[in-house]
Design a protein around this ligand. Sequence first.
Ligand code: UDX
Length: 457
Amino acid sequence: MFPLPYQGHVNPMFQLANLLYSKGFSITIFHTNFNKPKTSNYPHFTFRFILDNDPHDERYANLPLQGMGAFSRIILFNKCGADQLRHQLELELSAKDEPPVSCLITDASWHFAQSVADCLNLPRLVLRTSSLFCFLIYASIPFLDDLGYFNLSDNTATPLLDGLGYNNVPDDKRLEEQVAEFPVLKVKDVIKIGFKKDNDGMGDIISNMVKQTKASSGIIWNSFKELEQLQLETIRRDIPAPCFLIPFAKHFTTASSSLLDQDRSFLPWLDQQPRNSIVYISFGSVAQVEEKHFVEMVHGLVDSKQSFLWVVRPGFVSGSTWLEPLPDGFPGERGRIVKWAPQQEVLGHEAIGAFWTHSGWNSTVESVCEGVPMICSPFWGDQPLDARYVSDVWKVGVYLENGWKREEITNAIRRVMADEEMREKSRGLKQKLDASLIEGGSSYESVESLVDYISSF
Ligand code: UDX
């Protein structure tokens, strides 16, 4: 198994690895040295460190670690990783006294792995860590680009993406229009993806990811059928490879694959808080805000008068090491701030009443798994698409679609904490998910058929 070395990709791959191990498979993990997992948490797996073993390789030095630039590493590895991957796989395939290799499972964004696997006649399954609807929309990016969706006037589109300074966006009605080809989306959702068709950047990674996912022997998704039924039907119509939808958070936690230490010191405080009284706030592992937006968030939160638990990762506020921009006296008695939390455990805590999230897909599924309604502040990539589905399709959250404005933040927090109908919908979705895990349910059957499928190779 070969995860993409970022928290939002490492977590579901290790959850899948644990699941397959529990079904009797031996697991070998290929990983970069960059963002190395804690191997001591996985004495039952074999680890091989590949791709960036040469400490003198200057190509990998000084690449950004935060924000969208963090993914520049992926572009590089996809370009130059094939020989090393092939070499490592040949060693595994020829190893004596080891169980035979059934297949290679890689993150979908390691698109270069498909031709390597083909050369070795090894089936490659992909793990796609975002939603099915995101895949369909990503597959349409060249088409949407040709239709001009990414080419609003620079005055409109640039500030929209520039540090997510939505406050400066001129009043362009086109941003609010529906995308005719995907009526759930507004034009601004498509622009906020943050990349378009190109030949040498993220657009290239995405189009190759789509192409090589279609060419793979199977696709594993962190999702469940009842959540994305229509999208599943479309994908099954278009792609011959079988699909397996498994909500990983219901099988294993991500505690052992956490790249940062999870602070648990606030749990006694959380235990004392009333049911549904706390807003949990976290924006994932790579998103970054400007200081002025961070200050806006603080004011919105203070004005909401709600109690909160806030994960502020070091590096989250650009230009700061951690909490320097906070006003004196914040967070006070009403809140706690930590650098990193055991998120799944927190979301499952009865004191949590809402999740203010960046709408990363893992966070979204983890929230659905616990029936917690969301306040969505997406940054880029799949996140604006997830936020739109959470608010407009599943109706289990509110989308702060105009950026960081304190009044809107305050109103959204108050609304989600008080909205019983939304809480009921969130519980309903969780119940559907729980039912899918019981014998005969869709998620249960997906696990069984994945195990049978891999065993058949
Ligand atoms: C990225 C993308 O942003 C996301 O949209 C894509 O789907 C996967 O890759 P990330 O931004 O880190 O991931 O967000 P998310 O997908 O939500 O993953 C974050 C993971 O870190 C979750 O599993 C969450 O439980 C975990 N986490 C987060 C913690 O364990 N502790 C924390 O304090 C915060």
